[in-house]
Design a protein around this ligand. Structure first.
Ligand code: DGJ
Length: 786
């Protein structure tokens, strides 16, 4: 709820947090407090502090406000020209060339619910408890308004923010920078956390202390990028997964973005987030307006874990479209790593046949089905089936899959064009490039200029026709390069720097139309994996291909890092071949599953090459996943031990009622005498009595090498042909572990695990986890306990 006091203080309250702002005497909006929930009061003046009186060299804002200086004040909008020397959140250039702005309180409007943001994805409300506050500020001299909007989501402990400039003047104005959010907080004992990476190494967790000066992350690539996810958190120095104050900020946007934090000499930390001001300007004619994307803010006094769960909640309930909320996702086979470009109908059907036998539900036909696409150098843009590869056409191919019991999914990369394509030959002006310059290529392709309406209309018609005719139930929407050579013939020179944002608006327009027309199609977004894993895309497409790196060990880091902001229900995760294509690492099949199972499970390997052992194992994996997928996809996630800090990674998912959970335990390298282990759980009900059972898994007996005869009832020669034959067929079961205990024991004392193998011989009281080994434990209420 939002409380407004007589002297215009606004108390935005969620179940566990309070955000208090106030109209200051100067007319600016002051930030008074953000943190744990406090009581409603008639006034919040006691929370206001300012250093003005102590300053000798400050620039006094106005005569009327005496010694008041903006730079010593915590503000909701940062401006330049009136004595605030920190980073501005709004920078305008007026017709007369002046850059000083002075936005002061005009009025406010409070209402129940939330209006959509024009042309942009944003959170929406399902429940009546959402309230929105629009505060209108005005630069009187220039006759320009700035509206800052706040929406309060009580249940998720989330407040969203955005900003809008309305040019009421008779002159055009230029926006050089307009951040969605400016938030000033007092204090310096914070760490900054960001999610950084690159291709096949997305979402590494980085944490460093806040220090004087400005730190920022951004994207200049045109997409939100795997370099820096549009996310930043400010954590009290001692905060960890379970304790401490954490402020989290995420941007609902898929293009160039920026998140900055500046610690001033007065120890005010200013955090900003929004569209990057790099290569960005926007010209507003009279009575035009500009809307920023939305920032999702959350605060947790219970550490990083709770911050993540708040984000997960809002994404799952207020961002992902209703038809996909809580809707279980199919187990899929994707032919990319199984065949790459080298396939024909026969090969695909053989793959599909195996997939059905294993229990897979959806067949995804990846890159290479169209035009003359036999490698990555041609045909993007020519979205007509290659009849040499698929003689019966897409529709028939899909029908055949359906007859076998599989749904049909298709890969497209619509935002791109190959120079060697019919589309490029007929419309070279549709590709982003500069006349007279050789364009720089990414993966030998160019980006289509989605800032143009005609290009967006063309794509809409082409794709809707394709989706309608091929009757697909799933689409993987790929995007495999960053921007270069920016120029659009449709924009005059004054508007050229609007192209990147106009591109994003064009993309959103296209997605809005397609997803409205095909609400039943499950869209998965992808950009060379996680190069555009962001909340903007999740609004249209409820899931994302997390990374092109399918190596299970690398995936531990990637998925763990991604979960800082994004829920498991958004993360595509596949079991691929061993050795993995990305690092040539050999990883046990069960670990490949145990990693992928905490997400949206798929298989991406040549199933026709599996041996009997692998087939039996995969079949069981899929059965197990299907049984528990509601929990694995939509359970509440608790991270316990980070793969970034340790050799072991642990996390678990718990259902809403706390009656069941699944625990994932993963080891990077085997160590001798690794010590006794107590597996401590989180998120359970302390008073409930649970039974914990390890998932029964199968080991490949090749792992035992020369010691094979220590574990088998029959004698065979190590490394002999019988050893190989046996290992291709025989399912050697992992140790069984089962415990019944109160939630309090499992959480506070932990479950005592069997000792790991350590040259002490193997028997049923030993866990042989090995390099890249793992376990999954199922936790349920123990009904036998009275
Ligand atoms: C990049 C994607 O991330 C891969 O999964 C695959 O679809 C390829 N593109 C196909 O070109």
């Amino acid at each position: 709820m939002i409380q407004i006091t007589d002297n215009n203080a606004f108390h935005l309250q969620t179940n566990n947090t309070s955000y208090v702002i106030k109209v200051l005497e100067s007319g600016h909006i002051g930030q008074l407090y953000y943190g744990r929930r406090i009581h409603n009061r008639d006034t919040y003046d006691s929370l206001y502090s300012n250093f003005s009186r102590d300053l000798e060299v400050g620039t006094a804002y106005s005569k009327a406000t005496k010694g008041f200086t903006l730079e010593s004040t915590r503000l909701e909008v940062g401006e330049s020209g009136k004595g605030d020397y920190r980073e501005p959140s709004v920078r305008l250039v007026y017709e007369d060339g002046t850059r000083t702005t002075d936005f002061n309180y005009q009025d406010h409007h409070l209402y129940t619910g939330k209006e959509p943001l024009e042309g942009l994805p944003a959170t929406f409300c399902n429940e009546d408890s959402v309230q929105t506050l629009d505060i209108t500020l005005k630069d009187e001299v220039a006759d320009v308004e700035l509206v800052i909007s706040y929406s309060v989501f009580e249940e998720a402990d989330v407040i969203t923010r955005s900003a809008k400039i309305i040019n009421g003047s008779k002159q055009p104005i230029r926006i050089e920078k307009l951040m969605s959010m400016n938030f000033d907080i007092h204090g310096k004992n914070f760490d900054i956390m960001t999610l950084d990476g690159r291709w096949v190494k997305e979402c590494n967790i980085n944490r460093r202390p806040l220090s004087k000066g400005t730190f920022y992350i951004d994207s200049k690539r045109g997409v939100s990028s795997s370099e820096h996810n549009p996310f930043m958190a400010l954590l009290s120095n001692k905060a960890d997964e379970l304790t401490g104050d954490v402020y989290g900020f995420g941007l609902i946007y898929s293009g160039n973005h920026k998140a900055a934090v500046e610690l001033s000499s007065l120890n005010i930390a200013r955090i900003q987030m929004g569209i990057s001001d790099h290569d960005f300007t926007w010209d507003l004619e009279c009575s035009e307006s500009f809307q920023t994307p939305e920032v999702v803010m959350t605060f947790s006094h219970m550490g990083l874990g709770q911050m993540s769960r708040n984000f997960h909640k809002i994404i799952e309930h207020n961002l992902v479209q209703k038809q996909w909320q809580n809707k279980i996702r199919p187990v899929l086979i994707n032919n990319w790593e199984a065949t790459y470009f080298d396939f024909d109908e026969k090969k695909l059907m053989a793959l599909a046949k195996e997939a059905v036998k294993l229990g897979i539900e959806l067949f995804v036909l990846d890159d290479g089905w169209f035009g003359r696409r036999n490698d990555s150098t041609s045909s993007l843009g020519d979205w007509d089936v290659n009849l040499k590869k698929l003689p019966s056409g897409l529709k028939k191919f899909g029908k055949n899959l359906n007859k076998m019991g599989l749904d049909f999914g298709l890969w497209v990369e619509p935002e791109m064009v190959s120079i060697n394509s019919d589309l490029y030959r007929s419309h070279p002006e549709w590709a982003i490039q500069i006349p007279g310059r050789q364009p720089s290529l990414g993966r030998t392709q160019l980006v289509l200029d989605l800032s143009r309406e005609d290009v967006v209309d063309y794509l809409y018609n082409k794709l809707s026709d394709l989706f309608r005719k091929s009757k697909v139930s799933y689409v993987k929407w790929d995007m495999n390069r960053n921007f270069s050579d920016l120029y659009s013939p449709r924009l005059d020179s004054k508007h050229q720097q609007e192209q990147s944002h106009r591109y994003v608006l064009g993309l959103y327009n296209l997605l809005e139309r397609l997803t409205n027309e095909f609400p039943q199609i499950l869209f998965e977004s992808c950009a060379s994996g996680g190069n555009r894993f962001d909340m903007g895309m999740l609004y249209y497409m409820p899931q994302t291909w997390t990374s092109d790196n399918t190596d299970a060990v690398e995936r531990m880091d990637i998925q763990y890092g991604t979960s800082i902001l994004y829920p498991l229900s958004t993360m595509g995760a596949h079991v691929s071949d061993s050795p993995s294509s990305q690092v040539l690492r050999q990883t046990p099949l069960e670990t490949r599953f145990n990693v992928a199972a905490f997400g949206l499970l798929g298989y991406e390997l040549d199933l026709t090459k599996l041996n009997a052992f692998e087939k039996k194992v995969i079949k069981k994996q899929i059965t197990y996943y299907k049984k528990h997928r509601q929990l694995l996809q939509f359970g509440h996630l608790y991270r316990i031990q980070s793969p970034f800090d340790d050799n072991i990674m642990q996390w678990m998912v718990v259902n809403e009622e706390k009656t069941e959970a699944l625990f994932g335990y993963y080891q990077k390298l085997q160590q001798t005498v690794s010590g006794l282990e107590q597996m401590r759980m989180v998120g359970l009900n302390a008073d409930s009595f649970y039974k914990v059972t390890a998932r029964e898994m199968s080991m490949n007996i090749r792992q035992f090498g020369n010691l094979i005869n220590e574990v088998l009832p029959v004698k065979i020669k190590a490394h002999s042909i019988p050893h190989t034959i046996l290992s291709n067929h025989y399912e050697f079961k992992t140790e069984s572990e089962e415990v019944s205990a109160y939630g309090s024991e499992l959480m506070y004392a932990g479950m005592a695990l069997k000792a790991q193998y350590s040259s002490n011989g193997y028997n049923e009281d030993v866990r042989h986890i090995g390099d890249f080994g793992s376990r999954v434990y199922y936790v349920e209420l123990d009904k036998s306990h009275t």
